[in-house]
Design a protein around this ligand. Sequence first.
Ligand SMILES: Cc1cc2nc3c(=O)[nH]c(=O)nc-3n(C[C@H](O)[C@H](O)[C@H](O)COP(=O)(O)OP(=O)(O)OC[C@H]3O[C@@H](n4cnc5c(N)ncnc54)[C@H](O)[C@@H]3O)c2cc1C
Length: 599
Amino acid sequence: MRYTRGNYEAFYQPLPKEGIESKRVWLVGAGLSSMAAAGFLIRDAGMPGENITILEASGVDGGALDGAGNAITGWLLRGGREMENHFECLWDLYRSVPSLENEGSSVLDDFYRINREDPNFSYTRSTKNRGEDGGTDHKMTLGDIGGKDLVDLVLALPEDLYDKKISDVVGKHFFKSNFWLYWRTMFAFEEWHSALEMKLYMQRFIHHIGGISDFSALKFTTYNQYESLVLPLKKWLQSNGVRFQNDTPVTDLQFDIAENKKSVRSISWLRDGKEETKELTDDDYVIFTNGSLVENSAWGDMDTPPPFDPEVKEGGSWYLWRKIAAQDPSFGNPDNFCTRTDESTWESATITVTDPEIRKYIEKIAKRATNTGHTVTGGIVTAQDSGWLLSWTINRQPQFINQPDDQTVVWFYGLFPNAVGDYVKKPMRECTGREIAREWLYHLGVPLDRIDDLADNGTITLPCMMPFITSLFLTRNGTDRPKVVPEAVTNFAFIGQFCETYRDTVFTTEYSVRTAMEAVYTLFDIDRGVPEVFGSIFDVRNLMKSAYYTRDGKPAPILRPLRKHIEGNELGRLLAQYGVIEAVGEVPPPIGAVAPKGG
Ligand SMILES: Cc1cc2nc3c(=O)[nH]c(=O)nc-3n(C[C@H](O)[C@H](O)[C@H](O)COP(=O)(O)OP(=O)(O)OC[C@H]3O[C@@H](n4cnc5c(N)ncnc54)[C@H](O)[C@@H]3O)c2cc1C
C-alpha cells in the first residue's frame, strides 16, 4: 500500500486481481468501515460481491451512522456528522455509489450540489444569558500565551505526547479562550483527552481554521446519515451480491501465530443462540472493526433517563478485540479504550419539536426559518454558560425522508453529563427526556412560565447514553492501537476508529473509510495509491492563514534583523497578503485557491 495525491492516480481503475474469484472475505460488523471495505473489494480488487459476507451483531446495519424512529414516538439520532471536502477516501468511495435521490448521480454528486447551493455557516455560534448572542464575534482570544501553547502543541513530536492529556501541555490562557470553546464543543474534546489526537486534529484541519468560529468549514448530507450514506451504500453492495448476515455476533477469531506468519484460522459466531465455528484457509480473509464508539449506547424516553452500561460483553467488538489481543502483542490494547468510561461518556438527545411556538425561539437564535429544506442553525449552537455545556443543532429539515412538515428534529448534546443543570437542577445523565427538553428551552430563552408545558407537550425528547463515545480520544501510546495490517499478518486486518494510520484523525467517517481502503489495498496488493491525508499542514498559505486567525488578525511583530529578508520581495508580499504582517503600501491580492485573510 502506498499513498498518493493529485489526479493522476485518482482516476485510475486497477485491473481485477488475478485469482481474486477464489478468495473470500468475512467482514466483522456492518458499520461504515466494513461496508466501505466491501465497496473497495468490489471496485478496486475486482472481487465478486458473492465472496463477501458482512457479519453484524445487531439487526440494523450502519453502526454509529444511525437514523431511526418515526413521527409518533419521535425520531432518533445518536449523532450528526460534520463533514468536509477533504475526506479524500470517503469521497473516493462515494463517487462510485449511485444516489438514491437523483438517478444518474452519485452520492458525492448529491452532496456536492446541496453544499454548493446551500453552503453551511452559522449566524449564532453560541449563546449566553438564555438566548442572547454569546458575543464571541469570530474571535479566538488565545492571546500570546495561549497562541504559543497551540503552536508548541502542533510542533511537538508525536512520541512526546504519548499518554499525555491536553491539560498536560496547555495552560489556563488556552482553556479560557474562545478557540477552546469552539474547538471542544465542535469536536467533543475534553481537557483530559489525548494531547496527541488534539495535535493531529490541528494539523489535519488547519485549512479550516478560519471557519471554525461560524462553521463555514463544514458540510452536511441532505438527510440523516443513515438515509443519505448507509442506505445507498448498502443497496449498491447488495446489488453487487454482497451478503449481509445480521443478528450474528462474532465471538472468536483464532490465529496461528508464528514469528513470520500470523494467520487467522477460524471464526466463530452466534446464530440463533448457538455457536458456529468455521475453519479458514489461506483463501479466507477476515477484516474486523475493532472497538466501537457506540457500543452499549442506550436510549431513554420522555419519562426515563437512559441506562448507563459500561460492561464489556460477549458479542460486542471490545470483547472480541480482547480475545484477539490476547493472542499477539501487535494486536493492540483494547483495555486502554474500553475501561475508562468516566473519561469517555457523554449523552445526546434527539428532540422532535411538534409545537410551532418553540420554532419562534429557535429562529430568533438561528436567524433563519426552520423548515425550508435549507441550513437552519448551520452547526451547533453552544449555551456557553450552561452547566452541562450543552449544544444543539438543527440540520436541513426534513432530516428524515418521512418526517412531516410540522416537525423539526433537533440534535442536542451535553459535554458534561455529570454536571448539574441550570433549570433542571440535576446532572444530565439522571434526566428524563422531558427534563432535558426543559433545560434546552431554558437556554433558548423561552419564558419561565412556558418551559414545562412546551417541553412536555411540544416535544418528544429521547436521550441516548454513550459510555464509549469519546473512547477514541483517550490518552494512548504508540502501540495501544494496532496497525491496520500488523507485521507478518497474512489474511487479517483491523479497520475503524481504533487502529493506526498515518496523519488522520479519529471520530470521523473518513477514518473508517481510510482504514478500510488501506486494509483492502494492503491485503490484496492493489496497484493504486490510497489518497494521502490532505496536506494542508504542508501548505504555507494555510500556515499564514492560521497565524492570522489565531492572532485575531493582529499583525506579528517583525524583528529588525529579519526585516531586510522580507522587504521588497515575494515573501514579504505573501506575509502581508495573508495579514501575518502589516502591509506597507498597496498589496495586490494573491493568486490561487487558498484565500487570504477573511477568505
Ligand atoms: C454522536 C456521534 C457523532 C459523530 N460525529 C461525527 C462527525 O461530526 N463527523 C464524522 O465524520 N464522524 C462523526 N462520527 C463518527 C462516525 O459516525 C463513526 O466514526 C463511524 O460511523 C464509525 O463506523 P465504524 O464502522 O468504524 O464503526 P461502528 O459504526 O461502531 O460499527 C461497528 C459495527 O460492528 C458491529 N459489531 C460490534 N461487535 C460485533 C461483533 N462481535 N460481531 C459482529 N458485529 C459486531 C456493531 O453492531 C456495529 O454495527 C460521530 C459518531 C457519533 C456516534
